[in-house]
Ligand binder design. Structure first.
Ligand code: FAD
Length: 509
């Protein structure tokens, strides 16, 4: 493993053929910035998902576009987020299944083992391949002027990058977010990983402490645990994924325990020190203090928007360091020329929201659109095993808004395909406005919850209720049949109430 040094800059990616291809796509060596145009129709700051989608969309509309990036094209998702994490999760699932192969009637040799360097090489290969679609070359071919360097606003309609001044009619801030590191005494000195550095590992740590039980912490802790790393996860709150429904989070805690992960809930890391080459981390649970000894620490305690260093004051754009750039429902900042999209301004920090918000911002900025971000129906998923996906309202949110709720729940152990696959952990829960089939929201906990939630999202966007889902033929032998079973349950209640009122009328009551 790369030798630990103080602070975050703790490891660098191995310089192999995959990495060279990846870099050629996302930050070509020897790049020279072009001569800027007199004035751009749109200057986009940040070439992550939001920035790239916006630049492409604006160029397709015929606007003269500049795209400024100070790191790597593709931003978080491609380089240090979704793509590398999902690649590793795939291997960790495979290995977990191989260890359980006997349960499926397959004998495995005793010595199956993870080649961690090969796992990470596979991940780098996948990243290099996906980077081709998000490359600088493609952006230039789409007629976008690409600038590498730090963007800094110099007024209401201009910014500088690497000594060049870019004037604009409209600009989009798409600078994303970065890991929020907890201020734990001794952590920086001991050295730790974040998602910015952990994917550079070539050798697995023997023992890992993951601090934080949100989506990132949970996904990574389970993946490392399943890859054979002795993993402890410490979460300050009583349950993982605090945003999700309690029963969903409880299933996750059970699944972690089954994987052999040491789960510390209600546990706060309060100090770190290094002794004899080990990192000793003090955890406090209520009044009880304990110490864990590990070889590496990964923090996953939230993300903060990248707003500093942009000199937003000079552009008249207000922001704060925790919520990001202030925007209205049309994604417009205080400066009517400047919009924002993605993690830099949104509460829901997902790749698909970055993409959707970028499209809205471009239409509103360049085509005088009036599209509202609040109209978006946004699903999300945590890619643990089982996956936990959600869309729309939670029951508590519906009740806060005084909307009467009726919930239809189907446990996965009632679904034939989940039984045949041994994927019985979880449920489908669909919330409707009481007395109607109007879907308010849904939570799915299942092996493929991330795929399944899209059906509910489509129904919500199309205004189709549970009756329409009940009328829709679902292929037999899919786990998504759980959704149809929930809809059938709704139909039965409707039939029952219709039938009883008919009976009541018939009996003259
Ligand atoms: C480990 C991990 C796993 C994730 N998994 C998923 C997932 O499975 N599904 C999902 O939907 N989401 C996932 N996400 C979230 C997803 O990656 C982000 O929501 C998405 O990348 C946001 O896109 P963005 O364009 O807003 O920002 P980013 O992708 O962060 O892009 C912002 C870009 O702006 C650049 N920049 C910043 N400041 C400046 C400046 N001053 N000048 C020039 N350039 C600048 C940055 O270098 C960066 O390239 C994950 C995130 C992490 C960390």
């Amino acid at each position: 493993m790369t030798a630990p040094s103080p602070g975050r800059a703790y490891s660098v990616p191995p310089e192999d053929a995959c990495e060279r291809e990846h870099l050629r796509s996302v930050r070509p060596p020897g790049w020279h910035n072009p001569e800027p145009a007199d004035r751009y129709g749109l200057v986009v700051v940040g070439a992550g998902t939001a920035g790239q989608v916006a630049a492409n969309a604006a160029a397709a509309l015929g606007a003269k576009v500049a795209l400024v990036e100070h790191g790597l094209f593709g931003g978080n998702c491609l380089n240090i987020g979704c793509v590398p994490s999902k690649s590793i999760i795939r291997t960790s699932r495979l290995y977990a299944e191989m260890r359980n192969a006997e349960q499926y009637g397959v004998q495995m040799p005793d010595d199956i083992r993870v080649d961690f360097a090969a796992v990470m090489r596979r991940m780098r290969g996948i990243r290099a391949r996906i980077s081709r679609a998000q490359s600088v070359r493609r952006m230039v071919a789409a007629n976008v002027d690409v600038f590498f360097g730090d963007a800094r606003f110099t007024g209401a309609d201009s910014l500088t990058v690497d000594g060049s001044r870019l004037r604009f009619r409209k600009a989009l801030i798409a600078t994303g977010a970065r890991p929020d590191t907890p201020s734990i005494p001794g952590l920086a000195e001991a050295g730790y990983f974040t998602n910015e550095t952990v994917f550079n590992l070539t050798e697995a740590p023997r023992r890992l402490l993951v601090i934080g039980g949100g989506p990132l912490g949970c996904e990574m802790a389970q993946a490392f645990c399943r890859l054979g790393v002795r993993t402890i996860i410490a979460q300050e709150r009583p349950l993982f994924l605090p945003r999700e429904e309690r029963d969903a989070a409880q299933i996750l805690a059970d699944s972690f325990a089954r994987d052999g992960m040491e789960v510390r809930l209600n546990a706060r890391a309060v100090s770190v020190r290094v002794e004899g080459g080990e990192k000793l981390v003090d955890l406090v649970t209520d009044d009880y203090r304990s110490t864990v000894a590990v070889d590496a620490i990964l923090t996953g305690t939230g993300r903060v928007p990248n707003v500093d260093g942009l000199n937003l004051e000079s552009a008249g754009v207000s922001y704060d360091n925790t919520t990001g750039v202030h925007v209205d429902d049309f994604l417009r900042t205080d400066n009517h020329r400047i919009y924002a999209a993605g993690d830099a301004c949104l509460v829901d920090k997902f790749n698909h929201t970055a993409e959707a918000s970028a499209r809205i911002a471009v239409r509103n900025a360049l085509q005088s659109g009036r599209e509202r971000v609040h109209d978006l129906v946004i699903p999300w998923c945590t890619y643990t095993d089982p996956e936990i996906a959600h869309v729309g309202l939670y029951v508590r949110q519906a009740l806060e808004r005084k909307i009467p709720v009726k919930t239809f729940t189907v446990p996965m152990h009632d679904v034939d395909r989940a039984i045949t696959d041994d994927d019985e952990m979880g449920f489908v829960k669909i919330h409707v406005r009481e007395g109607t089939d109007h879907i308010l929201g849904a939570t799915i906990v299942a092996r493929h919850a991330g795929e399944m939630i899209n059906e509910i999202t489509l129904a919500m966007v199309a205004g189709a209720g549970l009756s329409a889902i009940a009328r829709t033929i679902h292929s037999y032998g899919t786990q998504a049949e759980a959704i149809k079973l929930a809809a059938d349950a709704y139909e039965r209640t409707r039939a029952a109430s219709g039938h009883s009122s008919f009976l009541q009328r018939w009996m003259g009551r």
